[in-house]
Ligand binder design. Sequence first.
Ligand code: SF4
Ligand code: SF4
Ligand SMILES: [Zn+2]
Length: 326
Amino acid sequence: MVGYSGKVLCDICEAAIPAQKLLRMPYSIENGVRRYEKPVCDAHECQRLFERKASIPEYLFRKQVEFHRSVIQGRTQACEEYKAKIAAKQSTQNDENREIALQMVVAESLDPTEFPVLALPTGPDKVSELTESRIAKYRKHLDTIVEKAFSVDAQEQIVTEAVPPSFKRHAKMEERKKKHQDIGVLNDQFCTTCKGGCCVSGNDHAYLSENTILRIRRANPDLEATDIVALYLDALDVNVMSSSCINHTAVGCALNRDLRSDICNQFFCEHIHAFSEQMIEDKSIVRGAIVVNRSQNLWDSENADESEIVATLVVTPQRIKVVNLD
Ligand code: SF4
Ligand code: SF4
Ligand SMILES: [Zn+2]
């Protein structure tokens, strides 16, 4: 089927089939026109329904296509509406951030080129007592990864392990830190204002894996499996941030850096990466940031729900100043 736009449409859901896919699809030429053997998109439902075409009566097939099309089109429309809501939210937030930046520049007599605005999420603000069931899940996870790390297979694996995908981003950040002495300390300041907006996804695994344990074993060859599990369990706090990583406490991560996973030690969110990149570009100019912390955590900030402003601050490598605007 060819749509008004000249694009080839899926016979089932009528979505445009990407040009790249068309290049791979078998076809014949009839009266100078391409006829694709299977003109359907990649959606599993479309593929499955098209395959049934030959085995069911034509009228029944058409009925099923109509029904399927209405479901898919409804879903696509809902998805587009949701994307538009997210875009509208981002646009409103950007306007608010700019407005706050203007007010802060006046209130604190700042040069806006020296203090760009940086919007950041925040971690949860409620504390709850760590439950036995969470500890049990964590212990089970620790037992599993420690057992793997003490097996011969795992030790061989670490030698051949591929470079993790996050490594390149981490390496870039390390390069930036070398080029601009303030980047490292400013990153830490920003994360302090956010209080672990990314840590909520740590749940009861804390991103720990057998590779973390292997790293600890290499540094401490005398440690037994039970010693390593005990190190992690002993580090737990009785009170943790609600709905977040088991190690997330009101004063930060309960684990020393050498016990954390590489993911935890190397991760910075896109906001921080973009800001440090800007610092490299404007090398001598940027001295700090006007930070706008919003109520959603890092992962929720990508949805369409409202995210209120919870703090406005001026952050430099030396200090974090809360500025209350009227
Ligand atoms: S990396 Fe980003 S989300 Fe995580 S604590 Fe720092 S500012 Fe917050
Ligand atoms: S282990 Fe620490 S750094 Fe890692 S997710 Fe949990 S609280 Fe955050
Ligand atoms: Zn389709």
